[in-house]
Design a protein around this ligand. Structure first.
Ligand SMILES: [Zn+2]
Length: 311
């Protein structure tokens, strides 16, 4: 990521923010967010607003049939159907909050963001920052191609009450697992590449197998997992599968290890405990999004533009 100064230079005012957003959202020109029609007209009287007059009928979020051509055309702006819609917060504030989140490797609390952006005596509510962070996390969703190369797949538990426990999931309390109020998370990581992780309802055979099929390409050179029985049929599904035998203290045998994904788990858990202290089952998927998005953009100077593509 750029320095804060260079980052802010890209959008000196609200107009520039909107231009940047339109550029990232629609690299080939504006597209109707309702019917995906590309032949839209800019409204001369209102910058960053367009009208769509297409005859295509689509179903809106409430399940109603809508046609853009009706009632003089469907008007939309650069923030329509984005996380920025229906808020009174200027885009430059949104962008600065996003910058803080993207540059904080271990995560940053909404309270810290509130102090940095709004100031403690601003009279504004810290819940505004909390709400913004959550919306931004929603935009940090997937979009990562199936993983190739050497891929490590592993599962862990996040959350729960015992904060002083050692992170190593191989210690006996792992047996407590779901019963201890911890939330199962499964992840796959391509060495030197991307991570795909998600919170799941259970660690059952079907969950693990479906996750691998979704996240890992069968053209991956090798898939390394621990000896969890949920992975027992990977070979039969076209994967070159190797296992690490943790129970015999065999952690590293040449390239057969799961240390890359374990580092990611450690980052996620320390980040969640350090910055957010407690995460509920409802919101954990969003925090997993955030940590994965930041990890995948770690060498990308334009991570912010990537985020604007999916808002
Ligand atoms: Zn339309």
């Amino acid at each position: 990521m750029k320095t804060l100064k260079a980052f802010e230079a890209d959008f000196p005012n609200e107009d520039a923010c909107k231009k940047l957003l339109a550029e990232c959202r629609w690299p080939d020109g504006p597209v109707c967010p309702r019917c995906a029609n590309t032949k839209v007209y800019a409204l001369k009287s209102k910058p960053h607003h367009w009208v769509c007059k297409s005859g295509i009928t689509t179903t809106d979020t409430e399940g109603k049939q809508v046609t853009c051509a009706k009632n003089g055309g469907y008007r939309f702006s650069v923030i329509t159907k984005t996380i920025f819609q229906d808020t009174k917060i200027p885009l430059d504030i949104w962008f600065r909050v996003a910058y803080l989140m993207l540059t904080s490797k271990k995560g940053i609390s909404a309270l810290q963001i509130h102090r940095t952006i709004f100031g403690e005596d601003s009279g504004s509510d810290y819940r505004t920052s909390w709400f913004m962070c959550h919306r931004l996390r929603c935009a940090m969703r997937g979009g990562i191609e199936q993983l190739k190369g050497i891929v490590e797949v592993d599962e862990t538990y996040v959350g729960g009450k015992n904060v002083n426990r050692h992170w190593d999931k191989k210690t006996p309390w792992k047996a407590g697992g779901e019963a201890s109020g911890k939330i199962p998370v499964i992840g796959a990581i391509s060495r030197k590449g991307n991570v795909i992780a998600k919170a799941v309802g259970d660690m059952g055979f079907t969950t693990l197998q479906d996750f691998v099929a979704e996240a890992v390409s069968t053209r991956a050179k090798m898939v390394v997992t621990d000896e969890h029985s949920g992975y027992r049929h990977l070979r039969g599904h076209g994967f070159f599968h190797k296992t690490v035998n943790h129970s015999h203290h065999q952690y590293v045998t040449g390239s057969v290890h799961t240390q890359t994904i374990e580092s990611f788990w450690s980052l996620l858990k320390r980040g969640i405990m350090g910055s957010y202290h407690h995460v509920t089952r409802e919101y954990l998927p969003l925090y997993v999004n955030e940590f994965a998005f930041r990890y995948n953009g770690r060498n990308d100077p334009d991570m912010f533009r990537k985020l604007l593509q999916t808002v």
